[in-house]
Design a protein around this ligand. Sequence first.
Ligand code: SF4
Ligand code: SF4
Length: 103
Amino acid sequence: MSKKELKTVSNTVTWKEITEGGIMPYAGNAHLFKTGDWRSMKPIWLQEKCKQCLLCFPVCPDSSILVNEEGAMTGIDFDHCKGCGVCAKVCPFKAIDFVEEGK
Ligand code: SF4
Ligand code: SF4
């Protein structure tokens, strides 16, 4: 498969410029897009309950648990979180609520 340059779809981009079926031509490009746009549920980090155990970090499929250089959780990347709820499920301290988007 040829590596076409990724295009932002707009009313000036023709079908000849996008990939067959609109597929992503290669992996590792999520940083180029806000892939959290279609989230319907949302995790809410309750900082005061968080014990910094970081159990939520490795289970997030979208690498959306934010951790600083000192190894402490600092929040959630809502540009890429898809609202799967795994982080809320795995947190042993109930430090992540899981609510409807927009609430
Ligand atoms: S699993 Fe819960 S307590 Fe542990 S770092 Fe994540 S939010 Fe904090
Ligand atoms: S809801 Fe899912 S995608 Fe969002 S931060 Fe939690 S584990 Fe990651």
